[in-house]
Design a protein around this ligand. Structure first.
Ligand code: FDA
Length: 582
């Protein structure tokens, strides 16, 4: 039977994973179709923390400026507050999301981009609009039903919800970006570890002008320790800013064994009132929904010509703000590989490196996010508030920290330490930027893994060792200032060398696919006026880095090539391995 529609890549889902896959593929000129279940994109704020690595991806895909213009800026994200309610007592704060002065410096040194808070209902239209403008065909109200695959492609049956009928789309590859209840991942039989439904949570989206309780301690997150706040949920009650300071989202837990409460407006308002603590503030509840905390990750991200990305492969709570970030980064890893396989440049073996590179990251972030929930318990413990018999007892325990007693002084110290420890959730720069890959698309250079000098979750450590993301350094080109990261990407391999690296440059010019060549040094195309690149590059001036389209170093040779032939031989061999031909 002839399929009704034919394309190169069919993407199921228009969330962060699907929308960014479409954007990257269309940017690279790969024909693609997105089908998505509803008649709209996300209608609630959902994921929002957007980290530097994601901003780098969006910069390469040409939508960074638009995201920055629509997002809440970093300086308004960062005084995570612990309190008994917004109007109630404050228990302490953590400088967050790069707003601690030392961490801020680390952020500035690490990347040309800044974190921001971009709620998902604003992010998805930016990604999808750009994808459609570059060629993506988007079909709303279209539901994935099933697939069958053979040696040449995948035939997918979809349902048109407007007409109520089904049709088939034939694609060379299928991407399941259909979220935490992924039918594609299930039909593909992707093996999963971990478990779903660890705890119960409710999201309540509402409007209220909370300026008087928030503008003096601007933040994305206000955590509320109140009676009931340790039941289910994500560690405590949460009042999350959607738009400063009048659009909000509350996360509140429920006992998953008892089932979700009836989400009436009265119920939602009662939770909002409890967490705000001021009944005089007018509140309009817009929606509420129940969801569960999950701890699940796929061990393999593909089966034949079917690839999954985003929550389809990693399901975890919002702690650390990793959901949308990791989803976008998955798709960015996959898109250039699909392009090179589809245009015949690379062997399909290149696609096997998708699981090898992304599955360890997925597992790591699922574990990290769930660990962060547990690390809120010491804040309650410090206040003897984990399981008080009555609300009065909890308030008395919280009040006890104000006493002039030795016990109260110890309690204050415990509370300070417990709150400060939450940097692992709110300021984990290493989790955001230290992702390293080991796969067939990375050529080891024989150097031992240097590990990390400091805590790899908290601190970013740049490296040019193959498998690391290219470090950021500011360069100049005439009157322009640009990042090393701006010299790579756009779907192309880039060779970076310096004075004495001409053999490498010439070897690159002879390669297929075409390689962008970058020479850094006095009088060359790019200069290194601050000496930052020289300090970070870990190669001699005549040494070389071959950087993949996704900004990862794939091959490094620390010194100048001995001869033109040597450069040609080494570079060709590296590229053959990366492209799966070796
Ligand atoms: P995502 O779930 O965003 O997208 C899946 C897409 O697939 C959707 O477009 C959907 O319509 C489509 N789809 C599904 N099945 C389909 C089918 N059979 N056929 C066609 N289309 C199909 N995170 C966070 O950090 N903070 C938060 O507060 C929240 N809150 C939140 C609320 C709700 C209601 C949800 C669903 C999720 C969150 N999240 C969140 C999680 C966050 O939204 C999530 O990590 C990312 O959106 C993951 O992006 P994906 O693109 O992988 O899936």
């Amino acid at each position: 039977v002839e399929p009704d529609v034919v394309t190169d890549v069919l993407i199921v889902g228009s969330g962060p994973a699907g929308a960014s896959a479409a954007l990257a593929l269309s940017t690279y000129g790969v024909p693609n179709i997105v089908v998505t279940r509803y008649a709209r994109l996300a209608d609630t704020p959902r994921a929002h923390i957007t980290n530097q690595r994601t901003m780098e991806v969006l910069r390469d895909l040409g939508v960074e400026d638009e995201v920055v213009a629509k997002a809440t800026p970093q300086h308004l994200m960062g005084d995570t507050t612990f309190c008994t309610s917004l109007a109630g007592e404050e228990l302490g704060r953590v400088r967050s999301w790069g707003n601690d002065p030392l961490v801020q410096a680390a952020h500035e040194l690490a990347s040309p981009t800044r974190m921001c808070d971009m709620p998902q209902h604003l992010m998805e239209p930016v990604l999808i609009d750009a994808a459609v403008a570059r060629g993506t065909h988007l079909r709303f109200s279209t539901v994935y039903k099933s697939f069958v695959q053979d040696a040449d492609g995948v035939t997918v049956t979809v349902e048109d919800r407007l007409r109520g009928d089904e049709y088939t789309i034939r694609a060379k590859y299928l991407i399941g970006a259909d979220g935490g209840r992924s039918q594609v991942a299930e039909d593909a039989g992707l093996p999963m570890g971990g478990q779903m439904g660890v705890a119960g949570s409710i999201n309540i989206v509402f409007d209220a002008d909370l300026t008087k309780y928030t503008a003096h301690r601007p933040s994305t997150l206000y955590w509320v320790l109140a009676p009931g706040a340790t039941v289910g949920g994500i560690g405590a009650g949460l009042v999350r800013c959607v738009r400063p300071w009048n659009e909000w989202l509350i996360v509140w837990g429920y006992d998953v064994t008892a089932g979700a409460p009836d989400l009436t407006t009265e119920y939602a308002e009662s939770v909002v009132r409890k967490l705000i603590g001021d009944d005089d503030i007018p509140v309009t509840v817009k929606s509420s929904s129940a969801w569960t905390v999950n701890e699940m990750y796929a061990e393999t991200y593909s089966a034949g010509r079917v690839f999954c990305a985003g929550d389809a492969t990693h399901r975890h709570p919002p702690s650390n703000g990793l959901g949308s970030n990791t989803s976008i980064q998955d798709s960015y890893n996959l898109a250039w590989k699909l392009k090179l396989v589809l245009d015949g440049t690379a062997s399909p073996r290149l696609l096997d490196t998708y699981t090898a590179e992304r599955a360890p990251i997925g597992r790591q972030i699922v574990t990290r996010a769930n660990k962060s929930i547990g690390e809120t318990a010491p804040v309650f413990e410090a206040l003897d508030g984990l399981s008080p018999q009555t609300p009065e007892q909890l308030w008395a325990n919280i009040a006890a920290r104000k006493d002039a007693t030795e016990a109260a002084e110890k309690q204050r110290a415990r509370l300070r330490e417990a709150i400060a420890f939450k940097v692992y959730e709110f300021n984990a720069h290493g989790v955001d930027l230290n992702q390293r890959y080991a796969s067939e698309a990375i050529v080891p250079d024989g150097t031992p893994d240097p590990g990390f000098d400091r805590d790899p979750e908290l601190y970013h450590q740049p490296s040019t060792r193959p498998g690391a993301r290219l470090p950021h350094a500011w360069l100049t080109s005439g009157t322009r200032t640009l990042s090393t990261l701006d010299t790579v990407g756009q779907g192309r391999f880039t060779l970076i060398t310096g004075i004495g690296g001409d053999h490498w440059t010439r070897a690159a010019e002879a390669q297929d696919p075409a390689i962008t060549t970058v020479a850094i040094g006095p009088g060359r195309q790019y200069e290194d006026p601050y000496g930052d690149w020289a300090r970070l590059s870990e190669i001699a001036d005549g040494g070389v880095l071959l950087v993949r389209p996704d900004g990862y170093v794939a091959f490094r040779h620390a010194t100048a090539a001995a001869s033109a032939e040597d450069a040609e031989r080494l570079l060709t061999a590296a590229l053959r391995r990366i492209l799966g031909h070796a």
